[in-house]
Every structure is written in C-alpha cells, then in structure tokens.
Design a protein around this ligand. Structure first.
Ligand code: ADE
Length: 228
C-alpha cells in the first residue's frame, strides 16, 4: 500500500511515521508513506499557497493551483483509490472506515490549514472527506497521522501475531477486555485467577464476557448498533 500526504507543514509529519509499528511497516515494505511539501508548488517568488477569501472574512484559504498541480504530478505516477481531505466537517472516522481503507492500494491525503481549502478542490478533486472527531485542530496533519496509523496497522503482515489487530477494541463492535502482566500480585492487587489457570477455552470465554460487560458499561451505543 502507498499513502501520499500533501501538507504545508511536512515537518509535523516526520515523527509519527518514524517510530515503532509505523516505521517497521515501512522497513518491511508493507507500506510506503510519502509526504509532499505543498510549498514546493506555491506561486510566485514567495511560493504562495494561500490567499484572502472572496467576500471578505477572517482567515486565509488554500489556493486551487498549488494543490491541483501537486495532485496532478502525483496522479501522473499512479491512480489513487481515494483522494481524502482531512476536515472537521467530514464523515466521522471509525474502525470500519479504517478496515476498508486498509484494503486500498493507493491513498492520497490532503491536509487543510488556515480556513481550509478552496471549495472547488473539494467539489472536483476530493473523493472522500474525513474528520477524526467533533473538534477543530490547527491543521489536518495530526488527523492524517491518526488515520494513517489506524490504516497501516491493519495491513496484513504489519502486526505480529501477539499484537494481532483481531483483538483490538472496536474490531467487532466490542471494546477490548482488560489485560495483566507480571507480577500476579502487587500491593494486594490480584490478577483474575482464571488468567493463571492455562485453561485457554475458559480464558477466551472470560475475555469475551469481559469485553461485553465493558462495552455495555462504557459504550452501550456500540451494542445498539448491532441490533439495528
Ligand atoms: N482538521 C482540523 N480539525 C480536524 C478534525 N477534527 N478532523 C480532521 N481534520 C481536521
């Protein structure tokens, strides 16, 4: 899989992809993440990428031309399955969207800044708009990193068996059961005895029951969704 990210602040995206699972996924060749500096496509002497909005109003708007030129250069190299714009008014990101996107070959993500991008880019170029929550970030970069992380860890071969995504919260509309490690007792705090028995069918049944109990207590909406 390949993820191309277009941003006015490429440095913001250096760290999230340079550690742990995301770095290893790239080292193993499971994913290529390419970050593109929109300023390279800026106009004039000052590489301008934004301008005042028509009709007046505070805040700059990202211009059509630099974005269009950048996207067209990338499209000359490959076809994209999705051209995604990160925006607080997009569809709310969840595990189902992550699952679907993890099956794609080429994804392009455009990060907005300032007041956002000229609407014509959204109307004519973008195929999908995604929000990571009902709050406003200073730009789309951190949101793009969140979405990319959730997608990349689902690509087959990225996680090893021990950290398999199958047991993640939300994977089957359930939150994950609690986990424990050594020591089995500290300060009088005990690990549930069942986990120490080695009886794996019983442990599995306990985990399923716990997952259901926790989901019912913390996110009953996830269970309601199932009965829709
Ligand atoms: N850009 C600014 N806020 C955002 C959000 N909540 N989700 C996605 N992109 C954003």
């Amino acid at each position: 899989m390949r993820i191309d990210i277009i941003t006015a602040l490429p440095k913001l995206l250096e760290s999230p992809f340079s550690h742990s699972i995301l770095q290893r996924a790239q080292d193993k060749g499971r994913v290529v993440v390419a970050v593109h500096d929109l300023k390279k496509y800026g106009l004039g002497k000052h590489n301008q990428i934004d301008d005042y909005q028509f009709g007046g109003g505070a805040g700059m708007v990202m211009m059509v031309e630099p974005i269009l030129n950048c996207i067209q250069d990338l499209q000359a190299e490959r076809e994209y399955d999705e051209l995604i714009y990160m925006t607080p008014d997009g569809e709310l990101f969840d595990q189902k969207i992550a699952n679907r996107l993890s099956l794609k070959e080429n994804i392009l993500i455009l990060c907005g800044h300032y007041k956002g991008v000229d609407q014509r880019i959204r109307d004519h170029i973008i195929t999908r708009e995604i929000s990571i929550g009902s709050f406003v970030l200073s730009g789309g970069e951190l949101a793009a990193a969140v979405v990319s992380d959730a997608i990349i860890r689902l690509i087959p071969g990225v996680l090893n068996d021990e950290s398999s995504a199958l047991y993640d919260s939300f994977q089957d509309d359930l939150l994950a059961p609690p986990v424990y490690t050594r020591p089995s007792e500290i300060n009088g705090w005990l690990v549930p005895e069942i986990l120490l028995t080695g009886d794996f069918p019983k442990i599995e049944a306990w985990r399923e029951a716990k997952a259901l109990e926790i989901t019912r207590a913390k996110r009953p909406d996830l269970l309601d969704k199932e009965s829709l």
